[in-house]
Write a protein that binds this ligand. Structure first.
Ligand SMILES: Nc1ncnc2c1ncn2[C@@H]1O[C@H](COP(=O)(O)OP(=O)(O)OP(=O)(O)O)[C@@H](O)[C@H]1O
Length: 917
């Protein structure tokens, strides 16, 4: 039993021994494996460190430490092998690099300064070199055949961050100045702009470049206001981005490539920091600018500005006064920096570039410089684009299209608004044919600023693009309203066509409907605030129409250009922000207030004959300053107009000219000259205030109420209305079909009435001048039922003055003349007897008609009478009417829903009674 137990224990112990042995073996193996892994790790770390620092760059202490490493021999051997193999393969490297730099850094970008310093560049700036030389480097072995040029990308390729070493500021200045001179000398003057900011100083930054500071090629910024520079750059980026996007490109480089034009200059902004991080807000701004800058052709050179920039950026870190390492060459190679260009030579070269730039900008440019070499070559399907001025010799353009559909122009009197409008109109008319562009021009100012664009007495030419020219409309706000109504109708017509073709904008409509006539329409309203001058229906309707056009005109190619003496115009917009907001194109003449955004003071400092053009609703970043050439003095615009007229006038009709200062002449008025005998006689009372040249008339069918009253004491206008009514009717009847009966109770008007009588007779009509009105009316009233063949027109001048005689009953007669008149007014029209009477006061008209007789006056023209007195004759409507010379308020109850203002015709012969209106 005991034996059995000890035997069993032995077996267990033996088994345990075996297990222990096995565990020992496993542990030993694990420890060995770990040691090996640690050795491998340590070897790899050594290798990594040697690669990072560089085999030849370690100091003695470092080398000794590495040598102590157990794997030192092995690692050095393997790295040496790799390096030898690499340099054996790379024997052609330096040569390839030399060729690469030569190809990408031609001329001033990479060549020695003797070849270019002091010469003015010629590259127009559509494309630029990809690399710019900073020095050279030599590959291992340091023999001369292994030396190659080191260059960095700039402009729209990459930013550059330079880190100085102690006491290397002059060297850094040299590097930056060399680069700037290379760039400035490569391009033609004006193609590059340099912005300098230094946290430590205002005036002594790169002083050798100062000759350039009298031009826009070099700008300096306040050391305490980095935000000014960043804001300005952000503004350029936004503007360039917007221009590029409109044209469907994401970068300035693409835009340049597509258009073959520089479009915008390259910009280099040099920021000198002091190694300290920027305050968080500035750092954020800088980061934002850096990320959008390259696509806008803006490159940053950051010296000792620690910042995390997400855009492409190369680095150059100075080791000492002559050497640096660069991200272009890697840390293993040292760049031997080029020496700074000699100061005197730089100053001279900068001076030459400045002079060339000033010479190029030249003196003030002329109107002719705004015009293209060939007329009418542009297409307006997408937008209208026109040069309106120059900034430092470069053309500044206005774009009217989907992004900037309407324009607001402001500036005090004499600041050049009208001149600007001429520059704009000339530039547009020269670029686009009248098929592409139609102009509607309205000037509320007193004067004739647009009159020359329509044919006149002295000059028969006109601007073929003009469809309507309205001048002297300051008192005829209704004409402005008529234009807005016309535009709103056109808007509807275009919307309907767009719907039919299932498109949403003009460009697509034109594509879908190539046979259609869809020019872009530009409506210019100078001193537009007059539209809102009263608290009345005109203001209410104008506001509504303007808002509608402003909102929807954009996509239908209908554009408003509103000009005003700034404050007046802007105040007119109070309560109408929709229109104001839609005017994203703002043009501020010098000293204009409130046209630009509130914090944007560019107009205050704008010099004379300049304009601030801003396509971004007046926000500062959109500012473009332009010198506007003289476009409005004698023979300037006219020369272009003559050219365009000769080119197009055969194909396009003359514009309608509405001149509020001149009453129309009946004999020259188409609505009169085209009258012929017909079935629906219509008495013309005056001209409509409308976009088309139309007359207002009263139809005189044989129906009740078809009489006309002229109301008020304004003699000239009253005579004119009576005259045109009679003469227009006379033209519509064959001889014998009409009989005119005239009577005049106002002595002063007798000659005019006699003259009309004779004129009617001369035309062959029966015209009787009645000296006994009561007797005449009695006979007319009594013969009415029988006289159903010939129409009878009673022309009663000064019925009010005849009332005493009419009211008197002749002895033995049951009825007075007034009774007969009432009968004639009531029953006459049904029998073809129509009265056209003039009452000098409404009270006397009421007396004439008696109780309930207002319906007998179906139409009237009111002169100097109060609007509220007219209500009973206008179906109870509230009538607003401020009487004014040369105008009448006309209402015909069969055709009007509200009275309208008309212009009585000018009576051809001066009249002793009251002269011409
Ligand atoms: N760019 C310019 N170069 C030379 N002369 C100019 C220029 N702009 C305007 N002028 C002249 O200045 C005068 C006033 O200009 P303009 O009539 O255009 O001003 P405005 O702002 O329209 O003034 P107002 O509101 O009083 O009509 C005109 O005699 C015009 O010829």
């Amino acid at each position: 039993m005991a034996n059995k137990a000890s035997e069993q224990r032995n077996r267990v112990q033996t088994a345990l021994e075996r297990v222990r042995h096995q565990i020992g073996l496993v542990l030993g193996a694990a420890a060995g494996a770990r040691e090996m892994a640690e050795a491998e790790l340590s070897r790899l770390m050594l290798e990594q460190e040697i690669v990072r620092i560089g085999m030849n760059h370690a100091d003695a202490e470092q080398q000794t430490e590495w040598a102590r490493h157990p794997a030192a021999h092995e690692v050095f051997a393997s790295l040496g092998g790799v390096r030898n193999a690499f340099y054996t393969d790379w024997s052609t490297g330096p040569n390839a690099l030399r060729e690469l730099v030569a190809a990408n850094a031609p001329g001033p970008a990479g060549r020695p300064p003797g070849e270019w310093l002091g010469r003015v560049g010629t590259n127009p700036g559509v494309t630029g070199p990809g690399l710019w030389r900073v020095g050279s480097a030599t590959a291992a072995g340091r023999d001369i055949s292994r030396t190659f040029d080191v260059a960095v990308p700039l402009l729209d390729e990459s930013h550059l961050a330079i880190t100085s070493a102690p006491k290397t500021r002059p060297v850094v200045d040299g590097i930056v100045q060399n680069l700037l001179m290379r760039v400035l000398s490569a391009f033609e003057p004006g193609a590059v702009k340099v912005h300098l900011w230094d946290v430590g100083q205002l005036t002594a930054i790169l002083p050798d470049l100062y000759p350039l500071s009298r031009t826009s090629a070099l700008s300096l910024y306040d050391p305490t206001r980095l935000e000014d520079l960043l804001d300005e750059l952000a503004g350029h980026i936004r503007r360039i981005h917007a221009t590029g996007m409109q044209a469907g490109h994401t970068s300035l480089r693409e835009l340049r490539k597509a258009t073959g034009q520089r479009v915008e200059p390259y910009r280099i902004a040099v920021l000198y920091g002091n190694g300290e991080t920027l305050e968080p807000e500035r750092a954020r701004d800088l980061k934002r600018v850096a990320s959008g800058a390259l696509a806008a052709g803006i490159c940053l050179i950051l010296v000792d500005v620690p910042t995390a920039v997400s855009a492409s950026i190369e680095t150059l870190s100075l080791l000492d006064e002559r050497r640096a390492v660069s991200s272009m060459t890697g840390s293993d190679l040292v760049v031997d920096l080029d020496p700074a260009l000699p100061s005197g030579q730089v100053i001279r070269a900068a001076g030459r570039i400045a002079e060339a730039l000033i010479a190029k900008q030249g003196g003030p440019r002329a109107f002719a410089d705004l015009l293209p070499t060939e007329l009418g070559q542009e297409n307006s399907a997408r937008e209208l684009r026109a040069s309106v001025g120059f900034y430092e010799g470069e053309s500044v353009e206005v774009v009217i299209g989907d992004a900037s559909p309407h324009a607001l122009i402001g500036g005090p009197s004499g600041s050049g608004k009208t001149n600007f409008l001429y520059a704009l109109l000339g530039s547009l008319a020269a670029r686009y044919t009248p098929d592409e562009l139609a102009l509607y021009l309205l000037d509320f100012k007193e004067g004739v600023s647009f009159a020359g664009l329509a044919p006149g007495r002295k000059d028969a030419s006109w601007l073929p693009h003009a469809k309507l020219v309205g001048v002297n409309v300051n008192t005829d706000r209704e004409f402005g309203l008529a234009l807005l109504r016309f535009l709103a109708d056109e808007l509807r017509r275009r919307s309907a066509a767009a719907k039919e073709h299932e498109v949403t904008n003009l460009a697509d409509l034109r594509e879908q409907d190539p046979g259609g006539h869809w020019p872009r329409i530009v409506a210019v309203i100078d001193e537009f605030q007059y539209l809102f001058a009263g608290r009345d229906q005109v203001t209410a309707q104008a506001t509504q129409l303007l808002e509608d056009i402003a909102r929807r005109g954009r996509s239908q190619g209908i554009h408003l250009v509103l000009a005003s003496q700034d404050v007046a115009g802007i105040e007119a917009f109070w309560g109408k922000p929709a229109v104001f907001e839609q005017c994203t194109l703002r043009i501020a003449m010098p000293k204009a207030r409130r046209v630009l955004a509130e914090t944007n003071n560019a107009a205050v400092s704008a010099p004379k004959w300049h304009a601030v053009i801003n396509h971004d609703s007046g926000v500062a970043h959109g500012n473009m300053l332009a010198h506007v050439p003289d476009s409005s003095s004698r023979n300037v615009f006219v020369n272009l107009q003559h050219q365009l007229w000769e080119l197009y006038s055969g194909r396009f009709p003359r514009p309608r000219l509405f001149d509020g200062a001149h009453s129309p002449v009946l004999e020259q008025f188409p609505a009169y000259t085209e009258l012929k005998p017909g079935s629906k006689p219509r008495a013309l009372l005056g001209q409509s205030i409308d976009v088309t040249e139309a007359a207002c008339g009263v139809e005189l069918p044989r129906a009740p109420g078809r009489n006309v009253a002229v109301l008020g004491g304004a003699t000239a206008e009253a005579l004119s209305i009576m005259d045109s009514a009679a003469r227009s009717l006379a033209r519509q009847f064959e001889v014998g079909e009409v009989e005119f009966v005239l009577s005049c109770a106002i002595d002063a008007c007798a000659p005019a009435v006699l003259e009309l009588t004779e004129r009617l007779r001369a035309e062959g009509h029966v015209a009787t001048l009645a000296d006994d009105l009561p007797a005449t009316l009695t006979s007319v009233a009594e013969s009415m039922s029988t006289s159903d063949v010939a129409t009878k027109v009673l022309l009663l001048y000064g019925v009010d003055a005849a009332l005493p005689a009419l009211e008197t009953k002749a002895v033995g007669q049951p009825k007075s003349g007034l009774d007969h008149l009432r009968t004639v007014l009531k029953q006459g029209p049904g029998h073809g007897v129509h009265a056209i009477g003039w009452w000098r006061s409404i009270a006397r008209l009421k007396d004439t008609l008696g109780f309930g007789g207002t319906d007998d006056i179906g139409a009237w023209a009111a002169l100097d009478v109060q609007g509220n007195e007219l209500s009973p004759f206008a179906a109870g409507l509230v009538v607003h009417w401020s009487p004014r010379p040369g105008r009448a308020l006309f209402f015909d109850r069969t055709t009007h829903s509200a009275p309208e203002v008309i212009i009585p015709f000018q009576r051809p012969d001066p009249d002793p009674a009251g002269g011409t209106p």
